[in-house]
Design a protein around this ligand. Structure first.
Ligand SMILES: Nc1ncnc2c1ncn2[C@@H]1O[C@H](COP(=O)(O)OP(=O)(O)OP(=O)(O)O)[C@@H](O)[C@H]1O
Length: 176
């Protein structure tokens, strides 16, 4: 099956603004917002709950079985902090959102994250762990890094990605 609409991953450290971007991008482009955390919960793609870190322990095989048919169709904005598990052939753009660490601290604090989880996420952002994972997992040409420090940046980023979607469609009239 050929895909006539692209699949885009929006990734980054928790609190960086993935959901905010994905919702607005879906609205601007008509692509489907695929919230992976929601799928994990709704379809029980997990092996239980980690009480200390307050997070689901994800069963990645089950998750992929669940969403792969949707990815084959194309037209998804995949919203998740893990980017490396999706098959390369089904991914057209990887957007890694980045944020100033003080702003991230405030956002995670506002969510009442446990201290250990907050610190792990801050370290991960500072060490640009997800950016490195994205670059290792996909062709570097499809990986872009965008700032998400304030609301204006969300708007600019969404505009830029929506334009990319238009160009992608024009460049691939028969699909990929
Ligand atoms: N660029 C931004 N400017 C100002 N506030 C932002 C920005 N991005 C996100 N926020 C705020 O930070 C909080 C977290 O945003 P959001 O839920 O979009 O992040 P996320 O990366 O999807 O997090 P998670 O991975 O935990 O789902 C929200 O309160 C949101 O309004």
């Amino acid at each position: 099956m050929l895909r006539t609409r692209p699949n885009i991953i929006i990734t980054g450290t928790p609190g960086v603004g993935k959901s905010s971007h994905s919702e607005q991008l879906a609205e601007a482009t008509g692509l489907r917002h695929l919230s992976v955390n929601q799928v994990v919960k709704d379809k029980s793609c997990h092996e239980g709950y980690d009480d200390e870190l307050k997070t689901w322990i994800v069963d990645e095989d089950k998750l992929l079985d669940e969403i792969e048919p949707q990815l084959e169709e194309g037209g998804n904005v995949i919203d998740w902090h893990v980017c490396e598990i999706f098959p390369e052939r089904l991914i057209d753009l990887v957007v890694v959102l980045r944020v100033d660490s003080e702003l991230l601290y405030d956002r995670l604090k506002a969510r009442n994250y446990p201290e250990k989880k907050l610190q792990e996420n801050l370290d991960s952002e500072i060490m640009q762990v997800i950016l490195e994972e994205a670059r290792e997992s996909y062709n570097e040409q499809i990986v872009i890094e965008l700032r998400s420090d304030d609301a204006d940046e969300i708007e600019q980023n969404v505009e830029r990605i929506a334009q990319w979607v238009k160009n992608w469609k024009a460049d691939h009239p028969e699909g990929v």
